[in-house]
Design a binder for this molecule. Structure first.
Ligand code: PLP
Length: 453
């Protein structure tokens, strides 16, 4: 190391020390909770390690994906048990990339084409479905089950048509869908399976006697690192797969559609940059500027990945805390099942919960909105199961009116019910015993009074 390097290291250490001191002063002290204060459904949980990594990365001033992104992709793959992870700038981008990868002409007859059908659900987050519609494929909606809030696998065969190419669904709020049935259906009919794992990082499922993390069962899976999620980078997401060809496709769509796979800032890693002929280009045209797809730029910055590296170290404790908080709520509400449908764990699964779902029973003295308003007025933040029924939203107005562009199989009776009667509260790792006790007391007080406020 020369004297310039030594000085750079010393200055870097000094900047990181100052940032950690700032963290202790500005963030660490804000952690205590007093009953009655707002209880968010989720929030980022971090310490000085995230700050140190962020400053370390900022001082590199590499900015685009770099050493932290490479490290994160490696460590995340090893955590989930997959071969390849590709970071991107959000969970929605991850869904877009996972879907678009399957439209690549290189997949030949298995390629998804406009007009092909994708089996999914309407009770969930919109960007699990948006890529299907944006591309001109057809979402085929089936109902979900209560109290699992996941795809009703009894409807799968009825949803199948000669144009079905894939199933793309989320593990709802951490509860794995019935992977045995869904993946069996996909294998039987030669369909792709995309697991939207954005709300389920760390959930496990036992398939044929072997436990694995959700996200490792499908052809492709996605994560979101937006702050409420199991771990955060501020904004961020990932696509993961075991298939090296799908990996290249995701990277191509993510990185402008290019054919070249050199990391940012590197050239000619294949040694044949000027040696091949593509499309109708002249022989030897620079491979760095050869485009095999109509792509995007959905990369993330190395500063986001740097935060992610620190969060990943905490992920096992985050998952543990989410499970414990969920169990406390489940236990604390167990005598209120006359009024509330409590969430149910999918068979053969061990969920890493994103939230605690509640559905008001039919013929109860109060409705969902009354309970939600009561909780919100007492500082307890609530959330709907995202879209409830996506088909009812304004973004579907034109399609609904024309009756085109999507298909519904059977009745979406439970989906409708969820839109009307369901909401959820948080289980995030920053939640304390006092917060959980306050949430339980508040729900109990409302129900004891028969809902009158
Ligand atoms: C199931 C699901 N999929 C995808 C997303 C999109 O993730 P992002 O907000 O990072 O775009 C979300 C967002 O919370 C989600 O809940």
């Amino acid at each position: 190391m020369n004297s310039n390097d030594t000085q750079e290291q010393a200055l870097r250490s000094e900047a990181i020390r100052a940032a950690i001191a700032h963290y202790s002063h500005a963030h660490a002290a804000l952690k205590s909770y007093r009953p009655g204060e707002r209880i968010p459904y989720a929030a980022r949980v971090f310490d000085e390690k995230e700050i140190a990594n962020l400053v370390d990365s900022a001082l590199d001033f590499w900015l685009t994906s770099g050493r932290f992104a490479a490290r994160f992709e490696r460590e995340f793959s090893s955590f989930v048990g997959v071969r390849h992870t590709m970071l991107t700038n959000s969970g929605s981008s991850a869904n877009l990339l996972a879907f678009m990868a399957l439209t690549s002409p290189s997949l030949k007859e298995r390629r998804i084409r406009p007009g092909d059908e994708i089996v999914t659900v309407a009770a969930g987050f919109p960007t699990t479905v948006s890529p299907i519609i944006q591309y001109g494929a057809v979402p085929v909606f089936v109902d979900v089950t209560l109290p699992e809030y996941n795809i009703d696998t009894a409807m799968l065969e009825a949803a199948l048509s000669s144009r079905t190419k894939a199933v793309m669904v989320a593990h709802t709020l951490g509860n794995p869908f019935d992977i045995a049935k869904v993946s069996g259906f996909c294998v039987r009919h030669g369909l792709w399976l995309i697991e939207d794992n954005c709300d389920a990082l760390g959930s496990r499922y036992c398939l044929d006697g072997v436990w694995g993390f959700t996200g490792s069962f499908g052809d492709l899976a996605t994560s979101s690192f937006y702050p409420p999620h199991h771990m955060t980078m501020g904004e961020g997401g990932a696509v993961y797969t075991n298939d090296p060809h799908l990996k290249r496709l995701v990277e191509s769509f993510r990185d402008w559609g290019r054919d070249c796979w050199c990391p940012s800032g590197q050239d000619n890693t294949c040694g044949k940059r000027f040696a091949k002929q593509y499309g109708e280009l002249p022989p030897g045209y620079d491979h760095k500027y050869v485009y095999s797809h109509f792509g995007y730029n959905l990369k993330l910055t190395d500063m986001q990945a740097a935060i992610g590296c620190a969060q990943l170290e905490k992920l096992p404790t985050f998952i543990d805390a989410r499970k414990k908080n969920w169990c406390k709520l489940r236990e604390g509400l167990s005598d209120m099942e006359d009024s509330l449908i409590l969430p149910g764990t999918t068979r053969d699964s061990d969920p890493s919960w994103f939230g605690f779902l509640l559905t008001i029973r039919e013929n109860t003295a109060f409705n969902r909105d009354e309970l939600v308003n009561y909780l919100e007025s007492r500082g307890i933040q609530t959330r709907m199961l995202f879209a409830g029924n996506l088909i009812k939203h304004p973004c579907f107005d034109e399609m609904r009116a024309g009756g085109t562009g999507y298909r519904v199989v059977g009745e979406l009776a439970i989906t409708e019910r969820i839109m009307r009667d369901t909401f959820w509260i948080g289980v995030y790792p920053g939640m304390t015993e006092e917060m959980i006790a306050y949430m339980l007391d508040t729900i109990r007080a409302f129900i004891k009074r028969g809902g009158s406020t």
